[in-house]
Design a protein around this ligand. Sequence first.
Ligand code: FAD
Length: 455
Amino acid sequence: RTAICLFTRNLRVHDNPVLRHAARADRVVPVFVFDEGVIRSDYMRPNRTAFLLDCLRDLKHALSELGAGLVVRTGNPAAEVTRLADEVDASEVHIAADVTGFAHAREDSLRKALDARDRTLVVHDAVVTAHAPGHLVPTGNDHFAVFSPYFRRWAETPLRRTVDVPESLRMPKVRVGKLPSRSELCPGETSPDIAKGGESRARELVDEWFDDGIAGYDSGNDDLAADATSRLSPYLHFGCLSPVELVERAGNSEPERAFVRQLAWRDFHHQVLAARPRAAQHDYRPRGDRWREDEESFRAWCEGRTGIPIVDAGMRQLAREGWMHNRTRMITSSFLTKTLGIDWRLGARYFLDLLVDGDIANNNMNWQWTAGTGTDTRPYRVLNPIRQAERYDPNGDYVRRYVPELKELPAKALHDPRRIDPEDLERLGYPAPLVDVDAANARFRAAKVGTSRVS
Ligand code: FAD
């Protein structure tokens, strides 16, 4: 019996039920297909592509240590995998369940193509997330719309058991194929300081995190200058790490519980998107008013020159590292959608252009959450970026790191452009603020824009 293990967003050998189950066959063929639809789409961006290639090189190495290799194909996944199944006469193909409309369509067409040849598609749950979307549901609905009750259920439901790395793999003779280069897949510059991808790097980071980094997580995760979060998000996005394994490894201390709660947020957004794939683009809860069109302000926001230092620091961190701290993701997205009134989809698109961890579930659902069109239970809340900066970057070191033109200014003046003499701003080469934040936020509240409940 021969089985195919189709890798998608589970690029690891540890705790990988897809690989573990496929490896029960006499022979296994690990494969990754570069989907031509994705390659042609604007989802394929330099930062994520570079990280993905790191992951695949690392996976290929891990598989060769186990006695197999990684077959690489480019094209339509259903067609490529069916052809490969014919070639090696595989009776079954194993794949991880995933949540986007795109992933559902891929799974359906693969199942149809395999069915037609009497081959079986085996879909494994709880590989991409810790708890499978759809398994935890409230009475009368197919998903949880509010986080707190979801989290209660999530925390009391036992996880699946982690699985071992197969001891060895036997792969039949088959043309392996080469990994394409980054420029073949997606030309263009990457951000200068992106993280290195791959399961090996992820496991080093996890060890450091649990040994040391996590200790102050509950109190320090919002401290922008301390940069005290795990930075594991890109590895979770590409599945270099198993969320089940992370939850299992976390103990019961306050910081560990706080960390696990964030992993539950990740599952939460995935189960919303799985139940409502349209929420990737359509407001989850309809918003009554129209968005403002303001190309100039949008460009200033993208380029980190809004004249609001904490917003600019966040946007410049994104451009430099392909990653942004969660607190500044919240500040910059609230600023775009509520203070400036610009459509969240434009912001989400720009984030996806650069984020190495960029994924539709976490990105677009978090954008909906901050825009007040999503699952936030307080959609009228609007952040004041200046007060947020004073609270979460009290010494101004985060802003100084990313907005060096302001580095000589004392913390108080640094965060609040009203305290900086306009002539000084000009001399420092830093733009005047795009808006008066207090006035714009007051307008947002007064308009009582918001949401109506989904029926
Ligand atoms: P940690 O604080 O160490 O948290 C551990 C893990 O928990 C993260 O790696 C992540 O997988 C998960 N997590 C933490 N916070 C959230 C959250 N709010 N929602 C979902 N999962 C969470 N995260 C992404 O992975 N991809 C995205 O594209 C993305 N876009 C975002 C866009 C906006 C507007 C906002 C407000 C948040 C977004 N997030 C996204 C969530 C969060 O900002 C990042 O997961 C987090 O900053 C990653 O850093 P970390 O790994 O150090 O997180």
